[in-house]
Design a protein around this ligand. Structure first.
Ligand code: FES
Length: 140
């Protein structure tokens, strides 16, 4: 039987985590190919609907990652993201998605190694959870 390969959507801040992903790439660090990056200007602009839509369209996991607290280029966008994630973690189980499928991290621009490590950990964690309920219902 074919091993489950999760689809993970990562909304990453242009100024920090996207730059860290770029650094991981130029440093030739490897990380699982399961993660699809969506570059946003700030984690504060990631609407809760984006996360829910990702899950409803088959994502097994969603990551939001941006600048460390105090480093947001738009002053407090990452604090707004943190509040949204807290609420989403309460809503998602009511929709049938384990809250562990959603993660928020802070990865600075110079943290290419940390970026690769987080991608590995997250992919491993989502593999352990198995396919999301949406994916289980999809006929592929
Ligand atoms: S600019 Fe990076 S989280 Fe706001």
């Amino acid at each position: 039987m074919k091993e489950f390969e999760p689809t993970i959507i990562a909304f990453v801040c242009n100024w920090c985590t996207y730059t860290a992903a770029d650094l991981a790439g130029t440093s030739r660090l490897t990380y699982p190919k399961n993660v699809r990056l969506i570059r946003v200007m700030c984690t504060g602009m990631v609407d809760s609907q984006y996360v829910i839509k990702a899950f409803l369209e088959g994502a097994d996991g969603v990551l939001i990652s941006g600048c460390h607290p105090g480093d947001c280029h738009y002053i407090n966008g990452n604090y707004k993201a943190r509040r949204k994630i807290k609420l989403l973690k309460e809503i998602l189980p009511q929709m049938g998605f384990e809250k562990e499928r959603l993660r928020l991290t802070w990865i600075g621009a110079s943290d290419g190694i940390e970026f690769a490590q987080v991608m590995k950990e997250l992919t491993h964690q989502i593999k352990e959870l198995g396919p999301s309920q949406t994916k289980q219902k999809m006929v592929i």
